[in-house]
Design a protein around this ligand. Structure first.
Ligand SMILES: *Cc1c(COP(=O)(O)O)cnc(C)c1O
Length: 420
């Protein structure tokens, strides 16, 4: 078994190096030409075990697939390069990445988290971590509250920027500077932007996590997670848990996700362009109360976006409040023809959902509304279809959801209810 220090993410012999830009790294990092066959695309290594030449001496660098696998290692190298970290570790899901990081804390530890975290993260923090003696405090305004929330037991700060589903931003550098004074680690869930738009390690975060299921894989056909970081001590602790807990991705999933990574820059750019087009169109609609999109000049933390996001891009995710309440929000999601009503995000195809009754239904209503997750909030994941078609689809669905029922009132809305 090779020792931790044996696997720093070195620059692979071919293209990638720190001088190369994102697109070059996305295509080449962790993608060496197969030394035995010359295959340009790596084979899928399905073998679960690897032969040894004598007892305890594996022929190559692999022994057993849970501990390490060529496809997983190549994928991890690609993500380390794209997140500008030395190391990356892949997991069976984004949730498994979160669980592994929380499991690395000793019982009695305290965690501070932003309020509107991913629903599953909130569930883990409140229902699982607590059972292991890890206490989590949530705050809607971490930059303001952090100093007074820190206790001698505080070991970790959890940030999602942009947050889900209200797209509010956190100044990572500001939080990290305060946290580091007390030796507290900062984790940023970067799922919503992908490494193309934001690299939290460059802004002072200690660990960046992703649900690879979303933008990194990008084709809605793989469930996976990843964490990237620079500290060798963290590598030792987390890779031990990765193997010990065993929530690791399959070789095939790693191969698929790695294929997805190679077009991440193209997809993220296009999704972001579409996100801005849709957000602008929604902002102009008299039937929309509010639009949350960090790419809009009107976003309350636009300054942070300009500082933290590549070219100030807003990403493909946005949310908005429809006039007409929960009913209008639900109706909108049934009237779209391109946006599919479904949970998840970050794929090439556009999706829509109502967080209060879907992804965030597990969070009590009062807590939800403090975080801005009202019943009339719709969340959109803009894919890479033609932006003009997405705008037209959203506007026609609004027309049917808000204006339609109002004009026809009694009779037609009665009929509509009958159908719903
Ligand atoms: C989906 C998601 C997760 C959880 O990832 P899974 O791969 O579904 O386990 C965590 N954080 C965010 C922001 C997500 O969108």
């Amino acid at each position: 078994m090779s020792l931790p220090g044996d696997h720093p993410i070195e620059t692979p012999p071919r293209a990638p190096s720190p001088v190369h830009r994102f697109g070059t790294l996305a295509v080449h990092a962790g993608s060496p030409i197969d030394p035995t066959t010359g295959a340009v695309i790596e084979p899928i290594s399905l073998s679960t075990t690897y032969a040894q030449s004598s007892v305890g001496k594996p022929i190559g660098e692999y022994e057993y697939t849970r501990s390490s696998n060529p496809n997983r290692l190549n994928f991890e190298r690609a993500i380390a390069a794209l997140e500008r970290g030395r190391y990356a570790l892949a997991y069976a899901s984004g949730s498994a990445a979160t669980a592994n990081i929380l499991q690395s804390l000793a019982a009695g530890s305290h965690v501070i988290s932003v309020s509107d975290v991913y629903g599953g993260t909130h569930r883990y923090f409140t229902k699982v971590a607590s059972a292991h003696g890890v206490r989590v405090t949530f705050t809607p305004s971490i930059e303001l509250d952090i100093e007074e929330l820190i206790t001698p037991e505080t070991k970790l700060i959890w940030i999602e920027s942009p947050s889900n589903p209200t797209l509010s931003l956190v100044d990572i550098r500001a939080v990290a500077d305060i946290a580091h004074r007390s030796g507290i680690m900062v984790v940023v869930d970067n799922t919503f932007l992908s490494p193309y738009i934001q690299n939290p390690l460059e802004h002072g975060a200690d660990i960046v996590v992703h649900s690879v299921t979303k933008y990194i894989n990008g084709h809605s056909d793989v469930l996976m997670g990843v964490a990237a970081f620079n500290s060798e001590e963290l590598w030792t602790r987390l890779s031990f848990l990765q193997n010990a807990i065993g929530a690791v991705p399959s070789a095939f999933d790693c191969w698929l996700a790695h294929r997805g990574v190679k077009t991440l820059h193209l997809r993220a750019k296009e999704a972001s362009r579409n996100g801005l087009m849709v957000a602008e169109a929604l902002s102009r609609s008299p039937n929309v109360q509010a639009v949350n999109y960090p790419g809009l000049p009107s976003h309350k933390q636009r300054k942070i976006a300009l500082k933290q996001h590549r070219d100030g891009l807003g990403g493909g995710m946005l949310s908005f409040r429809l006039k007409g309440g929960q009913e209008a929000a639900e109706r909108f999601c049934q009237e779209t023809q391109i946006f599919t009503l479904a949970e998840s995000l970050g794929g090439v195809e556009s999706l829509c959902e109502v967080p209060s009754s879907m992804t965030h239904s597990g969070i009590p209503k009062e807590q939800r509304e403090v975080a801005g997750v009202f019943d009339d909030l719709v969340r959109l994941s803009c894919g890479v279809e033609d932006g003009n078609d997405l705008v037209a689809d959203a506007l026609q669905a609004i027309e049917k959801a808000v204006v339609g029922p109002k004009i026809t009132n009694g009779l037609a809305s009665g009929l509509a209810n009958g159908h719903a």
